[in-house]
Design a protein around this ligand. Sequence first.
Ligand code: SF4
Length: 346
Amino acid sequence: MQFAEVILEWYAGNGRSLPWRESADPYKIWVSEIILQQTRVAQGMDYYRRFLRAFPTVEALAEADEDAVMKQWQGLGYYSRARNLHAAARQVAERGAFPSTLEEVRQLKGVGDYTAAAICSFAFGQRVAVVDGNVYRVLGRYFALATPIDTSAGKKAFAELATSLLPKDTARVADYNQALMDFGALQCVPASPHCDTCPLAESCGALGAGNVADFPVKSHRTQVKERHFVYLAVSTPEGLWLHRRGAGDIWQGLYEVSLLEFDHAASIQEVQAHPFVQQHLPEGGVWSQVASQRKHVLTHRVIWADCYRLRYDKPLPLPPEFIAVAPEDLPRYALPRLLTLLLFNN
Ligand code: SF4
């Protein structure tokens, strides 16, 4: 199956139903795209509905006074978006109709390459690739494309690749563009993508090479990526809980105790509020911290690790994929060196 077909098939079963997808009105699509530029979908949805109730057409927006427009935007932030929308609505009203070519749409105030492509694809059914952050991530990972996305060479390479992947049938292009963005937003998410249930897993370049977290590549990104690990060494009378690391990241196939990853140094309160702890580690355990912010340097990565021991004096149900290993059997399991240092060299 071709890439686009896999994505469209995934979309048929998993795509999000969003109010602006029910319309081919360029004005509505444009408003939704501007709102979503710096706003999460859940929050943007309410604003979208309210904004369209206040200004149902581009003419109504053009005629509104600025205070009324800003009032509708209140709380969304990045107010230049609202000012540009308003100014661009007046541009449209003056020319008498919504522009319909990529170049003309691009001339509207506040409309960049991405928004212009989205309007032309979703409203006018044109054969253009819509490349947002989700698309950069999916294509970067799947094709293991290492050209930095924040360079002109990278933008060109990704735009060409994205265009070459469009489905042959132009009538399906708009759906495919939506599908690829949803795929990035729901499946190939920035941290911990769902590779285990991914229909592209067998042929995914980054997953195959075990370096999913390295894509997409950015030039200004420090070459060294920082990660924050919190190990929880849980032991019950049956032994220490271990599980085997899956594909797509460092230390594939080695064993480890439960590992929680954060994007910052996490407090014990944050650790204890983590869904894994809430779900599998009831009260009654004795917590002790055995390492704090231990620095571990790997090629292209620095890991900051915390480690807690957590002892229970009665057996607990094991989380899926975990085994309980008696102390005398531990030497049979290969652990990453960092974890060995934390657990046994303190
Ligand atoms: S296998 Fe993982 S990294 Fe590759 S496309 Fe699927 S979710 Fe993304």
